[in-house]
Design a protein around this ligand. Structure first.
Ligand SMILES: [Fe+2]
Length: 412
């Protein structure tokens, strides 16, 4: 009998189910010789330093070439080559037994404030393109930043549009703050691949500032093995607690003190909770900045009553009220809410911090009674643009389609 592949293919197509079965694990993308997953992170002193991290195939060294950016191409002649830290490592990942990669990082120090720098990363032979960033000014200067809630699910196919719309509409954002659950499965490398593909080259020019969510943690809690290798966040968390290194951090940017609190550990690890509270109080008490923004994954006020987290609220609310934190950025609830809660609690009046819950990805919860929220929404992916001046912080939330959803001005 003559074999007729076209006929067989047609029959298969006609009988193939339309709905996808359980999705197989995506293939592991092996690290390449060319530098990849390049990301900037703000340093603790962003007027004088900037951190860059990337990965490559194992066995390769890492270098950064750095120069003040010029109007023409001659800046490359004045570039300085700096050796990076290299972490040639094997980690366990879901998609296969192990991932072998070289992670490279460098905190570029001694930079001039309010200056545009160009840099590229590579092994001395294979280089990235030249990327550019601007250091912060040393004093309060108007700027804007972006806040995104959980990207977490269908990161590349459906969450990326929220990030990218944010970067289109606020392309001059000084940095992007992520409220945790950047990925869904703590042991997945393919999901990190999606996260990096979602941001692409933008991560190499606009610093990304994440706090971990519960999905960055496995049981234990054990932090996702990529986190500390692929981000170079300010190493100024609670002293002597290694498990909180790079998950609790703070940085001062042009009049704003931005603080990340590791919510999963605050919630689940009593020793970490005590250490975080002890670390946070002096950060809030001795703050020369005009504004204070707190970033954590678990919301103090939930969008659904059954998701209320009094342990996190009891630990943080007294400090937020006592030291007059301005803005609290949160994720986890897969919906949108924004409201001001005074020291006496929701609906009791009084001046207090503004609390925001948002989600960037497509996973949505129904949402219940949101008595604390002045504005809420369900089934809505959002990005938030915060414009900072000495007189106020103008906060705006936009849907992933670019529609203005919410707007308020925070004043002292
Ligand atoms: Fe979460």
């Amino acid at each position: 009998m003559t074999f007729r592949p076209s006929f067989l293919l047609g029959a298969l197509l006609l009988t193939a189910p339309i709905a996808a079965q359980d999705a197989p694990e995506p293939p592991l993308a092996a690290p390449t010789v060319a530098p990849e997953r390049i990301v900037l992170n703000l340093a603790a002193d962003p007027a004088h330093a900037m951190a860059v991290t990337w990965r490559s195939a194992p066995g390769l060294p890492g270098f950064v070439e750095l120069a003040e950016a010029g109007d023409g191409p001659d800046f490359v002649k004045s570039a300085t080559r700096l050796p990076a830290q290299n972490d040639d490592t094997t980690i366990a990942v879901r998609e296969t037994t192990t991932l072998h990669a070289a992670y490279h990082s460098l905190t570029m120090r001694g930079l001039k404030p309010d200056t545009v720098y160009a840099y590229r990363v590579g092994d001395g032979t294979h280089w990235s393109e030249w990327l550019q960033f601007r250091t912060a000014a040393v004093t309060l200067r108007p700027f804007r930043f972006l806040f995104l809630g959980d990207m977490q699910n269908q990161i590349l196919s459906e969450a990326s549009r929220t990030l990218r719309m944010g970067l289109r509409m606020a392309g001059d954002a000084a940095f992007v703050v992520h409220g945790g659950d950047l990925i869904n499965r703590h042991d997945s490398d393919a999901e990190w691949g999606e996260w990096f593909a979602a941001g692409g080259y933008a991560y190499g020019q606009t610093p990304q500032m994440p706090t971990p969510g519960n999905h960055e943690y496995g049981r234990g809690p054990v932090l996702n093995p990529q986190w500390q290798r692929q981000f170079t966040l300010p190493a100024n968390g609670p002293a002597g607690i290694e498990r909180l290194a790079d998950t609790c951090w703070s940085t001062d940017y042009q009049g704003v003190r931005l603080i990340s609190v590791d919510a999963p550990q605050l919630h689940g690890v009593p020793e970490s909770r005590a250490a975080i509270v002890a670390w946070l109080e002096p950060l809030l008490a001795h703050n020369p900045n005009r504004w204070t923004v707190l970033l954590l994954h678990f919301p103090l006020y939930s969008l659904e009553p059954q998701r209320d987290n009094d342990r996190v609220r009891d630990a943080l609310k007294p400090l937020i009220d006592k030291y007059k934190v301005d803005l609290v950025l949160q994720g986890h609830d897969h919906g949108y809410g924004r409201g001001t809660v005074g020291p006496a609690g929701p609906g009791k009046g009084g001046k207090g911090a503004t609390y925001v819950v948002a989600v960037a990805g497509p996973k949505m919860y129904d949402g219940g009674i949101q008595g604390w929220a002045d504005k809420s929404a369900t089934n809505t992916q959002t990005f938030q643009v915060i414009d900072v001046t000495d007189r106020g912080m103008t906060y705006r939330a936009y849907s992933a389609a670019g529609r203005l959803l919410d707007e308020t001005v925070l004043r002292k």
